[in-house]
Design a protein around this ligand. Structure first.
Ligand code: SAH
Length: 228
């Protein structure tokens, strides 16, 4: 079973959006599990301090390596990757979500303040993962995004397994446009080919759309389609 363990100062951030709809149902049914570990519980002294001033000076506070390590070491690893959500990390992509969804789960550390002491990232072999090239106030929203991308790929979570195969990124292409009723809306009609009932023609049209949209919007996506 995919098991997520999340180290955070704000456990109330979870399950958040992971508690709704089909992903929330799968959580309640035990298709996957989520536990939060309160970083503050590993804090030092009467005030349970988790942070201190940055070495070399500067603004803000840095999460302590010893405190973070104590929280990390309290969690059974069980073969799971240890991930620090960080704007410096590798950008999350669909291939990463697929790899983690196929494994035993993930251990996530959500940073706050100016971030985490570098030494614990090195010493515990943490993988840094970013959600977008913008800076958030903390890693919690990023953890929700990472987990949602993984959990929706687990067998049995979404009703229609095909919906995760024929979608943006899974074959290196962005998705084709989607339409539904009514056939005409504000003078705009659904392309005729989609109403033709000719499955092969529909597929050819969608494929051409996917190629065009990908070339226009994301020429950097290589189109890593299997069988091509
Ligand atoms: N001083 C840091 C930013 C710290 S933001 C820097 O300039 O890189 C505080 C925390 O929010 C980080 O420790 C990280 O866990 C989280 N965070 C911020 N932006 C993020 C992003 N784009 N992706 C993932 N985590 C992010």
């Amino acid at each position: 079973m995919f098991a997520a363990s999340i180290i955070t100062l704000f456990p109330e951030s979870f399950p958040g959006t992971l508690g709704v709809s089909l992903i929330g149902k799968a959580l309640r049914e035990g298709t996957w599990s989520l536990e939060t570990v309160q970083l503050r519980d590993f804090g030092l002294g009467p005030h349970k301090n988790v942070d201190d001033t940055p070495a070399g000076g500067g603004a803000g506070m840095v999460l302590r390596a010893d405190v973070a390590a104590a929280a990390i070491d309290s969690i059974p690893r069980n073969g799971r990757p240890l991930i620090y959500l960080s704007p410096r990390g590798k950008q999350l992509n669909q291939a990463m979500a697929q790899e983690w969804a196929a494994g035993p789960g993930v251990i996530l550390l959500c940073g706050r303040f100016e971030g985490l002491d570098e030494r614990v990232i090195e010493a515990r072999g943490m993988q840094e993962v970013a959600i977008g090239e913008a800076v958030l106030a903390g890693g919690e929203a990023a953890a929700l995004v990472l987990l949602e991308a993984c959990v929706r790929l687990l067998p049995g979570v979404l009703g229609n397994a095909a919906s995760t195969v024929e979608e943006s990124f899974s074959d290196g292409l962005l998705e084709h446009p989607q339409y539904t009723r009514p056939r005409e809306w504000e003078g705009r009609t659904i392309p005729d080919v989609l109403m033709s009932g000719d499955h092969a023609k529909v597929e050819a049209w969608r494929r051409a759309q996917r190629e065009t949209i990908t070339a226009q919007r994301r020429p950097d996506l290589k189109g890593t389609r299997s069988g091509d």
